[in-house]
Design a binder for this molecule. Structure first.
Ligand SMILES: NC(=O)c1ccc[n+]([C@@H]2O[C@H](COP(=O)([O-])OP(=O)(O)OC[C@H]3O[C@@H](n4cnc5c(N)ncnc54)[C@H](OP(=O)(O)O)[C@@H]3O)[C@@H](O)[C@H]2O)c1
Length: 244
């Protein structure tokens, strides 16, 4: 009898431990706008952690999107971008730079929702990444959605690492920028849920530097064929920081 009780307790403990590894602390409803590489990858990763994924696609009824919804599981659905965005608290803009303005304008009033901007803009000069002019993409998104809490994130790594961070053979940093600390904390939690290490860099104005990190990422790969790196910014011990 005692052995049975012990076995039951161990099974319960294992079940609880397993559940805590899978489930996120807070369940978010996330509109993933765009069902390409980034949208489909992060959608699946977050659904695995118990978040509710609402894909917003220009073609939500296609077999391709139906397959993605089925692979995502966890009650995921697909609808139009505007309905998806209205139904969620957090909106991921996983669309090409060339389409971000039209996409954002098509979403309607997003009020003070949290918007994740992973968008990169690559402008080559002499075959290598050139400087980015003017405000960052994230600042331009913020200008279109003045009340929203825009967070720059997930633009400094490839979708294959988002899918499986272990491929990086070490930790991968997700630099974040945005004007709302609570919004950034929620996105930081989503980064951790995807097996990545968030680092809050400051207000949205510094998103220009986060966007510039892509230039290094791309340039190194072009200049050193067959090689690549992932960004890992190693935090210093607090005691050293406080002494400066
Ligand atoms: N790929 C990466 O490794 C990576 C990494 C970091 C950041 N990013 C950035 O993340 C964003 C998404 O990248 P991605 O690789 O996921 O792109 P992608 O594979 O081309 O997918 C983009 C998705 O956006 C939607 N979309 C809306 N308007 C569009 C238009 N006019 N033309 C094409 N697609 C449109 C489409 O989904 P529907 O057909 O369902 O509407 C499409 O599948 C980009 O801004 C990119 O710079 C990419």
């Amino acid at each position: 009898m005692r052995i049975n009780t012990l076995i039951t307790s161990i099974c319960l403990l294992v079940a609880l431990t397993t559940t805590s590894l899978v489930a996120a602390d807070t369940t978010e409803s996330i509109a993933v706008i765009g069902t390409g590489e980034v949208g489909s990858t992060l959608g699946k990763r977050w659904a695995d952690k118990g978040h509710r994924i609402i894909y917003g696609s220009r073609m939500p009824k296609t077999d391709r999107v139906a397959k993605l919804v089925s692979e995502t599981g966890g009650g995921a659905i697909a609808t139009t971008p505007s309905i998806a965005a209205q139904q969620a608290d957090i909106v991921l803009l996983a669309v090409p730079w060339s389409a971000y303005k039209d996409t954002v304008e098509s979403l309607g009033d997003l009020g003070n929702k949290v918007i994740i901007d992973p968008i990169n803009y690559y402008k080559p000069v002499g075959g290598y990444p050139g400087p980015l002019d003017g405000p960052s993409i994230a600042q331009q998104v913020q200008a279109l959605l003045p009340e929203a809490k825009v967070v720059k994130a997930f633009n400094t790594l490839g979708s294959e690492i988002m899918a499986d961070p272990k491929l990086a053979a070490g930790p991968v940093t997700i630099p974040l920028a945005g004007n709302d600390r609570e919004a950034k904390a929620r996105i930081a939690a989503l980064a951790r849920d995807a097996g990545l290490e968030p680092m809050d860099m400051g207000p949205l104005s510094v998103s220009v530097f986060i966007e510039g990190m892509l230039g290094l990422y791309v340039s190194y790969r072009q200049y050193n064929p067959g090689k690549g790196f992932e960004f890992y910014l190693r935090p210093m011990p607090d005691i050293i920081n406080s002494g400066r």
